[in-house]
Design a binder for this molecule. Structure first.
Ligand code: CA
Length: 229
């Protein structure tokens, strides 16, 4: 267990801490625990964990404040654990630099899957390096600028292609509407989610994807989109 993954949990609820300890421990991960924001920031600095699980409602500090502090000096993935229905909080946390969020209560398998996605992204080269995405019949070869579905070429408009590749570079991670608008349209960002919705709808049609039962593009209500897996 010398190279085991180290997770810092900043969480004040004893029941959730117990659940995290059991779940992460069963997956060969080492858990560092902080019950307050201040202690969490101290452990983040002194222990350099691989992933940080952050509860937004802490007794001594606002979770947003903690994300702001952490993002001044570290790119360690932060997964926010938030209560149900706090869409605005989730968006704010993602925009401050959190990588993902889980809504309580969440299942052990979901937590482990999100941690794996976060670790995968943390180890991946940043920027516009060429990449290949290959999942459930959909392949994207960014160097060849080619998209295929079940062996057939898919013809996409430049905007659809850009939208798909931004999602694919971040596969498994939720992207907010604002972040997608910025990344897909660059400087000419139309400040309008309708554009995004229409292009996503066209993209789904071309990928024979069903919004209600998605194979590829998952809607995160009120937040944005996430590409499987
Ligand atoms: Ca709490």
């Amino acid at each position: 267990m010398t190279d085991s993954i180290r997770i810092l949990s900043i969480e004040d609820e004893a029941d959730i801490r117990k659940f995290l300890r059991a779940t992460l421990g069963a997956n060969d991960m080492t858990v560092l625990e902080a019950e307050t924001g201040r202690e969490g920031l101290r452990l983040a600095t002194s222990q350099t964990p691989d992933v940080i699980l952050l509860d937004l409602g802490l007794p001594d500090m606002d979770g947003m404040e903690i994300i702001r502090h952490l993002r001044e000096w570290t790119t360690t993935p932060i997964i926010v654990l938030s209560a149900r229905g706090q869409e605005r909080d989730k968006i704010e946390a993602l925009e401050l630099g959190a990588d993902d969020y889980l809504t309580k209560p969440f299942a052990a398998g979901e937590l482990i899957a999100r941690i794996k996605v976060a670790l995968r992204h943390a180890s991946r080269p940043k920027g516009d390096a060429p990449f290949v995405y290959d999942y459930d019949g959909l392949t994207i070869d960014s160097a060849a600028r080619r998209v295929r579905l079940d062996g057939e070429d898919v013809r996409l408009t430049p905007i659809e292609y850009r939208l798909l590749t931004v999602l694919a570079r971040n596969s498994g991670k939720v992207l907010t509407y604002a972040s997608l608008l910025k990344q897909v349209w660059d400087r000419h960002s139309p400040d309008n989610q309708t554009y995004l919705r229409i292009h996503t709808q066209h993209l789904r049609e071309k990928l024979k994807d069903d919004a209600l039962n998605p194979r590829f593009i998952v809607t995160e209500p009120g937040i944005g989109y996430r590409l499987n897996p």
